[in-house]
Ligand binder design. Structure first.
Ligand SMILES: Cc1cc2nc3c(=O)[nH]c(=O)nc-3n(C[C@H](O)[C@H](O)[C@H](O)COP(=O)(O)OP(=O)(O)OC[C@H]3O[C@@H](n4cnc5c(N)ncnc54)[C@H](O)[C@@H]3O)c2cc1C
Ligand code: SF4
Length: 541
């Protein structure tokens, strides 16, 4: 099937790009594929949204019913110790922690709304189809340029044989292909390697975000309250913190982000999240309430220094697939929308001029002139400072933001990729996590059942190992198998049978967060898109 533009990924970046293309010319043939069973099914975010980009995309977004219904009413920032909490006076909060004018949202709902807008404009949307392979021109005007993508075959059994339900993947060809897969995109990584897009960029760094949605007791609910914490339960050398965002209908999103550059192989981001909820300052909101959904997703945090080259012949990276996220604000949804719009505008100019298959260089040029570049430039030192520990980091971020307004005459860099930072088990302290109480804290598998995760049983494993011996000979031996702890869905288990220890991979539990792909110290785990429609089914995360 031939299109002007094919978009891979139906998050805010991909949907905004598709919408902008159709706004600029209804004649453009635009198709969008999404691996989730529906638009929004795989979207997990905080979220507090800065409406700047959505207001550029639809100046009348309010009249169109965009689900930005809860204006932020109060910012609260707490430094936690085990039994106490210190509230930072609001006048000491740098601008990046202030949310006046923003909205507490469900990004899944916003994506669904953007999807309906895109369809109304004539974008062809195919949910349940994963982009499995990048296609290249072998000859013609632009040999080597991206030609489109192929979706995965459906109905292939575990042994790799075609079952009765077999449907071959479809080739989608386009003049330009936009990759909008979100954080640690599978095809995006292949393109970075193929076109050497990371040359000159810092390594990308990440966090893992874990989230639950709660129904609170009405007396404890304060619509628009945005509460962030730093400190306990993490050690001061581990980057991370929490969010507790009050939505409408007595609901709150409670979440915890752990920087994946952590060094202790015994750390479990999931258990830290459960422990955090037991703090008196947080527990008091949750008591008497009910957890109604759970999920997890990695988040890009490298910022400007870690952005790869954005364009290559025949396509581009947009949104978190490139790494457009302002880590100082934990906000990427407005960046994703803006980057999608900028790429769409460059593609519109190229299509109108009769071009195809070349690099859309007008997109990175427009980015450098945009407010998005200015915003990411001001935030560029946040994560490198915070990587130096909570005390130094908080102090230096304060100076960087409040004295220099983010324009200090220096730029710090990210020195290591996250898979390089684990200490050996012999040099690390074990961590004793308390048993969950089943009221405020929950075990992983019980929580997983609140993510709606489902993969067809009889399909090839989407998680494989480059070398089957490495999990035991290296990961278990040196790091005590950290995949057992960093995976938020309990996919990896070391089992002991008569022949000794072995790694079991429960791939059907995978929530597509991409943490194993990022943190595995030997980079031995291969994550590919499973059959379209598999994975979590988040209602409104
Ligand atoms: C815990 C957490 C809290 C956050 N809090 C906030 C916040 O408060 N405010 C804020 O603005 N931002 C926040 N963010 C960041 C924000 O969610 C992201 O920046 C934003 O979602 C990026 O949009 P995107 O379209 O680039 O990617 P995504 O939203 O990740 O969407 C990508 C889509 O592509 C699909 N996809 C991926 N690969 C394929 C493939 N091969 N084929 C087909 N489909 C594919 C995915 O299923 C997904 O639907 C948070 C993120 C996390 C994880
Ligand atoms: S297997 Fe990997 S991608 Fe899947 S949930 Fe676990 S860490 Fe995340």
């Amino acid at each position: 099937m031939q299109y002007d533009v094919v978009v891979v990924g139906g998050g805010p970046a991909g949907l905004a790009a598709a919408i902008r293309l159709k706004q600029l010319s209804p004649e453009h043939a635009v198709c969008l594929i999404e691996k989730g069973s529906e638009i929004g099914a795989h979207i997990l975010s905080g979220a507090v949204m800065d409406p700047r980009a959505i207001a550029e995309l639809f100046p009348d977004w309010k009249d169109r019913g965009a689900p930005l219904n809860v204006p932020v009413s109060e910012d609260r920032f707490l430094f936690l110790r085990e039994k106490s909490a210190f509230k930072t006076p609001n006048f000491l909060l740098p601008a990046c922690f202030q949310n006046h004018g923003n909205y507490v949202i469900s990004l899944g709902q916003v994506a669904r709304w953007l999807g309906s807008m895109a369809e109304a404009l004539g974008v062809e949307i195919f949910p349940g189809f994963a982009g499995a392979e990048v296609l290249y021109h072998s000859a013609g005007k632009t040999p080597g340029a991206v030609r489109g993508v192929a979706t995965g075959d459906m109905g292939v059994n575990r042994q790799g044989e075609r079952s009765d339900a077999f449907q071959p993947g479809i080739e989608l060809h386009a003049k330009y292909t936009f990759f909008a897969e979100g954080c640690r995109g599978n095809l995006g990584q292949q393109l970075e390697a193929k076109f050497d897009l990371r040359k000159g960029a810092d390594p990308q760094v990440y966090g893992l975000g874990l989230k639950e949605l709660w129904d609170l007791k009405p007396a404890k609910h304060q619509p628009g309250l945005v509460l962030h914490t730093a400190g306990w339960p993490l050690e001061s050398d581990t980057y991370g913190g929490s969010f507790l965002y009050h939505l409408d209908n007595n609901q709150a999103a409670v979440g915890f982000v752990v920087g994946l550059g952590y060094s202790n192989p015994y750390l479990s981001p999931y258990e830290e999240f459960q422990r955090y909820k037991t703090h008196p300052a947080i527990r008091s909101f949750l008591e008497g309430g009910k957890r109604i959904a759970y999920g997890a997703r990695a988040i890009t945090a490298g910022g400007l220094q870690s952005l790869p080259e954005l364009v290559f012949p025949g396509g581009c990276l947009i949104g978190d697939d490139a790494g457009f996220l302002n880590a100082s604000r934990i906000k990427g949804s407005h960046c994703a929308i803006k980057s999608g719009m900028l790429a769409a505008e460059a593609a519109h100019a190229a299509l109108t001029a009769g071009r195809s298959g070349d690099a859309l260089t007008a997109y990175p040029e427009a980015f450098r002139q945009s407010w998005l570049f200015d915003e990411l430039y001001r935030a560029r030192n946040f994560k490198p400072w915070m990587a130096k520990g909570l005390t130094t980091g908080s102090l230096m971020v304060g100076i960087d933001q409040m004295v220099f307004g983010g324009k200090a005459p220096w730029t710090l860099h990210h020195d290591h990729a996250d898979h390089e930072t684990l200490k050996k088990k012999t040099a690390a302290q074990t961590i004793a996590y308390a048993k969950p109480d089943g009221v405020i804290s929950f075990d992983r598998l019980t929580n997983l059942s609140f993510s709606g995760t489902n993969h067809g049983e009889d399909q090839p494993a989407h998680l494989t190992l480059k070398d089957a011996a490495v999990p035991v000979n290296v990961n278990l031996e040196l790091y005590d198998a950290p995949e057992q702890r960093y995976c938020p869905a309990g996919v990896y288990e070391i089992l002991h049978d008569t022949s000794g220890p072995r790694l079991q991979i429960n791939a059907q539990n995978c929530v597509h967060c991409k943490t194993c792909d990022i943190k595995d110290p030997t980079q031995n785990i291969v994550w590919v898109t499973p059959e379209g429609g598999g994975g979590p089914n988040y209602p409104n995360m």
